[in-house]
Design a protein around this ligand. Sequence first.
Ligand code: HQG
Length: 179
Amino acid sequence: MDERRLVKVSKYLSRHLRHDPQRLGIELDAQGWVDVDVLLAALERQRFPLTRAELDEVVERNDKRRYVIRDGRIRASQGHTVDVDLGLEPLDPPAELFHGTAEGFLAAIRAEGLKAMDRHDVHLSPDYATAVRVGSRRGRPVVLVVDAARMAAEGHEFFRSDNGVWLTESVPPWAIAFP
Ligand code: HQG
């Protein structure tokens, strides 16, 4: 499969496995899973046909490993706006985590910290370079350094998605180092 189709299929999956399963006429279970066969049949109905081998290829080659197939079912590893409980166990975070954002949000973030906005959690990157990429989606990136160790010591819970994104409910201003 060429790169363009890979990205197109991934975006189509993201839309339906994270945000709008109804549009495809599928239901996600409480943890966000749907049977692969049910998904493939729904894609067929929507005239977006995909073979099982192609789906496996998208899951395998996706740049951020956004999807997981397990026991005949598929889900997005993070990034949902629909109500799902990923069932992740809280985990000790590394001392520092990174958040890529854009200049225009800084005043609000200084005042109220990082919020989950439309998603379930604030998304944090394990390394600086990834945070630069995340921030670049919105223009010139700004990288904030989050004192995860101190947050954990103060009782904030951290989770790591199957694809290595760190998740937490919110980040207070005192835990953020601004550039
Ligand atoms: C900002 C992509 C104002 C926050 C990425 C961000 C990531 C605030 C935006 C994943 C704020 C929300 C998530 C506050 C946070 N006031 N703005 N208090 N708190 N913000 O897309 O982290 O390709 O929901 O900085 O790579 O940008 O979809 O979050 O700019 O991993 O797999 O509000 O999505 O991955 O935007 O991105 P998002 P995000 P995928």
